[in-house]
Design a protein around this ligand. Structure first.
Ligand SMILES: [Zn+2]
Length: 401
């Protein structure tokens, strides 16, 4: 199927394009990108959106597809049958696509349920890590990824590589969502993390590390990980991000995903509120920290940690972008973190994240002008997934789908 999507406002993956764009889709690819005012190709159906913004499909760099946003969702997963788990994964993916997300990086598989399954035509593309590698009894150990000692850590990386995982997720500090785990305590020594990184790099896999405590972030830097999830730099007295940490993250271009994004109508999880009470950390301090990382040149992505509790259902990535703006990022930088930046961080840069001929035709159209009002990202109008219109609003449905 060949068609054109035209909108009065557009974001090309890195910057807003004055006066909008028209994007021509053929099969699963973008074949032409022209100014909105250019003559339309003859004989092709047109999805015309004069009051809307056209963007590359959004990419959520941190999701948990096996988690369905119940309270304690990650622990619930352990009790599910394979069929029940598949239902949760499918529902998670459909919620993501309805929110304009056309690719996700799954960083919390149970065993290899997500890595092993085949993505269906109406589901976002998936980059999967398999179960996070964690310490015995550590954060997320119920997902099946606990390992200890050099030999077991190497074997864990090898297994992920052989089963088709595209990245390695390593839990370096404790986490809030596992009972008995402490964010301020570290689970692995520098040498253990180094073993995982060396084995992964030898096999061509990047390592993204979960780290809340400042010491875990420092361990990640010593061991040369490729990306850090959360990167809260938490201490017993709140957030403390040493300048040398900021400088190293920027100089080595380590991707940081602050895991922002939650429904504004619901409070943070009770676990997150407890961490704030205990350490004195505030949301404003967190926004200020992320703004400081951006100002120093640290590359950021907009992953949401979707699925882990009721305020973080699948499909909240638009709110993560809004929180990056609240942290001080210009709107174009914040949207880049959910498009071309996210694509680069996930190894998808050659196919996704930009409106450019030759790229896979993943597109989203939202009502309003995102450049002036970033909350427009929550108002999804149309979604094109690998060249297929999977969400279409209005009368065009019959003409184009
Ligand atoms: Zn997570």
């Amino acid at each position: 199927m060949s068609f054109v999507v035209r909108a009065a406002h557009a974001f090309d993956g890195q910057r807003f394009v004055p006066d909008g764009l028209q994007v021509q889709v053929q099969g699963d690819r973008i074949v032409a990108v022209r100014p909105a005012r250019a003559p339309l190709p003859v004989g092709l159906p047109v999805l015309d959106r004069p009051d809307a913004t056209l963007l590359p499909g959004l990419i959520d760099t941190h999701v948990h597809l096996v988690a369905g946003a119940e309270p304690d969702a990650l622990s619930l997963d352990a009790g599910r049958s394979a069929d029940q788990r598949e239902q949760v994964v499918r529902r998670s993916l459909l919620q993501q696509v309805r929110a304009g997300v056309t690719a996700v990086r799954d960083l919390g598989d149970n065993r290899f349920a997500v890595v092993d399954r085949t993505v269906r035509d109406d589901e976002p593309s998936v980059v999967g890590s398999g179960p996070p590698i964690t310490s015995v009894g550590g954060h997320c150990a119920a997902l099946g990824g606990a390992a200890s000692g050099v030999r077991a850590l190497r074997a864990a990386v090898a297994e992920r590589h052989e089963r088709g995982a595209q990245t390695v997720k390593l839990i370096v500090s404790g986490g809030a969502m596992t009972a008995g785990s402490d964010l301020l305590l570290d689970q692995f020594e520098d040498a253990d993390v180094r073993v995982v990184v060396d084995e992964a790099h030898r096999r061509g896999l990047p390592v993204t590390a979960h780290a809340h405590s400042v010491s875990a972030v420092q361990t990640c830097l010593t061991a040369d990980v490729d990306a850090i999830e959360h990167c809260t730099c938490l201490t017993a007295a709140g957030i403390h991000t040493p300048s040398e940490v900021v400088d190293a993250l920027a100089a080595r271009r380590i991707w940081v995903c602050p895991t922002f994004g939650r429904l504004p109508t619901l409070p943070p999880s009770p676990q997150a509120i407890e961490v704030m009470r205990r350490t004195g950390m505030t949301l404003d301090a967190r926004f200020a920290q992320v703004g400081r990382l951006y100002a120093a040149g640290v590359p950021l992505t907009a992953g949401s940690d979707a699925g882990i509790h009721p305020a973080k259902p699948h499909g909240v990535l638009a709110y993560a972008v809004g929180e990056l703006v609240r942290s001080g990022l210009p709107v174009d930088a914040a949207v880049t973190a959910a498009t071309s930046g996210a694509a680069e961080a996930c190894g998808l840069a050659t196919t996704a994240g930009r409106l450019r001929p030759g790229m896979v035709a993943d597109l989203v159209v939202v009502d309003g002008d995102v450049e002036r009002d970033v909350s427009a990202l929550t108002r999804i109008r149309d979604v094109v997934l690998r060249g297929r219109l999977v969400v279409v609003s209005g009368a065009e449905r019959s003409a184009l789908s």
